[in-house]
Design a protein around this ligand. Structure first.
Ligand code: ACO
Ligand code: KIV
Length: 514
């Protein structure tokens, strides 16, 4: 297996993400975690950018023992001097020099002819070589540079003393076959290429940063530059975790490996996200919250039978505990039954089916169904009171400029549905007055409370009421993603219990069993 060196630039290109600003302490914390992750090289910053960045690079250089520390520098003596200062104390320092080579950058940004670019870069490399053994040179925007000129620049960098030549696709413009071809061409045309390492630095503007990095590996790149979670300038850089996991998962194809401790990936990703404030999208490869979560019934069934049906990486590999089977509207009975067992419920097939039907109703209204939701559904189901009244529909008219009103349709047994409208002090009062109008029951509302069973805006609301009639009281409970519907259901539940108690006075209120 060929070793691919991992050059992490989370602290430099990653910090160039708009809105990200890491202080010295945060840079050191991330660098120490990158050291645990086992990256070979850490680009800690751009020392000439500010005194603060110079100090941060220096702090990283002094703190990290098991990775080479790199400072970025323009091809200018003042930047090189700042990097020399910053890298004092590093066990294995390296200077990263760059100068753009593409026609667009030469003409509009640098305002230099090809010859001036060659001269400026060579002068900088030779100046730096007095102070650094290790120098990486990057022809910025190499992807859009004429291939023959890129060969010329690379040959110059090798002659001048660069130890690594990094090929950046600065604007994420390349396709994998084009980018791979650059490496193939450099490898077979540049004199002295075998003396240095070739590196790839890709951006994700067209979503191909990882694919391009892998194409570079297939065509001879020795090093991949990238960031944790793929953060970086504009759309970001190659995500290191994606490259490492691709090489690990498809070892037979790439015949290449990294020295990363894969189990540290999840932890590193969380730390970088926390300190940069850049949230990892749920569907992000390897480290997104959904990368090991399965929602659909057919996939969950496959996972329960054999994990490799739908997982090419086990979550333990990157330091996560386990895959998640998320219950939602696409889930099936297999996963639902498994969840019931997990939660400690042993139900007959018929009860499972009834609970599953309720679960599907809830899942239609709610994004994720949590364990609390399932418990609430089951416990509601397990209480077996004859339903004299059932809520069929509910409509509420509320405006803070007028008296609230509610219309309820209630099944009253024997297949009769009665609809009534009433007003009240508030929406709940109006609903309860309308229910009283249908049922004709005279009850007193002794208590009303509401709580959220699960989390999020679409959480299930659980309403508890206590109704009293002739010194007999009964509790009722209602669940819904809508609190007004939960209120109506709780009231009707309590009414049914009161009626049940009236019929069999000795019977214990089963709510107390919950
Ligand atoms: C592709 C990349 O990611 S490259 C790294 C990008 N990162 C950063 O730019 C972050 C740090 N940068 C900074 O803090 C500032 O830009 C500094 C301190 C480096 C320079 O600031 P200033 O001196 O005010 O210059 P400013 O940024 O406005 O312009 C850049 C100058 O550098 C020149 N330049 C750009 N790249 C290089 C290079 N590799 N070598 C030499 N000169 C360069 C530009 O042509 C321009 O020169 P000019 O002033 O003669 O027109
Ligand atoms: C400095 C270089 C490597 C860079 O960040 C780029 O070209 O994207």
């Amino acid at each position: 297996m060929r070793k691919i060196y991992i050059f992490d630039t989370t602290l430099r290109d990653g910090e160039q993400s708009p809105g990200v600003n890491l202080n010295t302490q945060e840079k050191v914390e991330i660098a120490l975690q990158l050291e645990k992750l086992g990256v070979d090289r850490i680009e800690a910053g751009f020392p000439a950018a500010s005194p603060g960045d110079l100090a941060a690079v220096n702090a990283v250089a002094r703190a990290v023992k098991n990775a080479s520390i790199i400072g970025l520098s323009r091809s200018r003596e003042q930047d090189i001097d700042a990097a020399r200062e910053a890298l004092k104390g590093a066990q294995d320092p390296c200077l990263h020099l760059f100068l753009a080579t593409s026609p667009i950058h030469r003409k509009h940004k640098l305002r230099m002819e090809k010859e001036q670019v060659l001269e400026t870069a060579e002068r900088a490399i030779r100046y730096a070589k007095q102070y650094f053994d290790k120098i990486e040179f990057s022809p910025e925007d190499a992807g859009r540079t004429e291939l023959d000129f890129l060969c010329e620049v690379t040959a110059m960098a090798i002659r001048a003393g660069a130890t690594v030549v990094n090929i950046p696709d600065t604007v994420g413009y390349m396709t994998p076959s084009e980018f791979g071809n650059i490496f193939k061409t450099l490898k077979s045309n540049v004199e002295g290429i075998e003396k240095i390492q070739l590196s790839a630095h890709c951006h994700d503007d067209l979503g191909m940063a990882t694919a391009n990095a892998l194409a570079a590996i297939l065509n001879g790149a020795d090093q991949i530059e990238g960031t944790i979670n793929g953060i970086g300038e504009r759309a970001g850089n190659t995500a290191i975790e994606e490259v490492a996991m691709t090489l690990a998962t498809r070892a037979e194809f790439f015949q290449a490996t990294t020295s990363l401790q894969l189990k540290e990936i999840a932890k590193t990703s969380r730390l970088v996200s926390k300190l940069t404030g850049m949230v990892v999208p749920g569907n992000k490869a390897i480290v997104g919250a959904n990368a090991f979560a399965h929602e659909s019934g057919i996939h969950q069934d496959g996972m329960l039978k054999e994990k490799t049906t739908y997982e090419i990486i086990s979550p333990e590999t990157i330091g996560l505990k386990e895959s998640k089977l998320v219950l939602g509207k696409h889930s099936g009975r297999h996963a639902f039954r498994e969840k019931l067992i997990d939660l400690g419920y042993e139900l007959e097939e018929e009860a499972v089916n009834a609970a599953f039907a309720k679960f599907k109703d809830l899942a239609d209204k709610k994004k994720d169904v949590s364990d609390e939701d399932i418990r609430a559904l089951l416990e509601e189901k397990l209480i077996d009171t004859p339903e004299v009244f059932t809520l069929k529909s509910l409509q509420v008219n509320y405006s803070n400029q007028s008296v609230p009103g509610a219309t309820v349709s209630i099944g009253t047994g024997e297949g009769v549905v009665v609809e009534k409208t009433a007003e009240g002090n508030g929406s709940v009062d109006a609903i309860y007055n309308a229910i009283d109008a249908v049922t004709g029951e005279s009850v007193e509302l002794e208590d009303y409370s509401i709580k959220s069973v699960s989390q999020g805006k679409d959480a299930l609301g659980e309403v508890h009421v206590v109704l009293k009639q002739d010194e007999v009281s009964a509790q009722g409970r209602g669940l819904s993603t809508d609190i007004l519907e939960a209120s109506a259901r709780a009231y009707i539940d309590a009414l049914n219990r009161l009626i049940d108690k009236r019929k069999s006075p000795g019977r214990r209120d089963k709510m107390s069993l919950i």
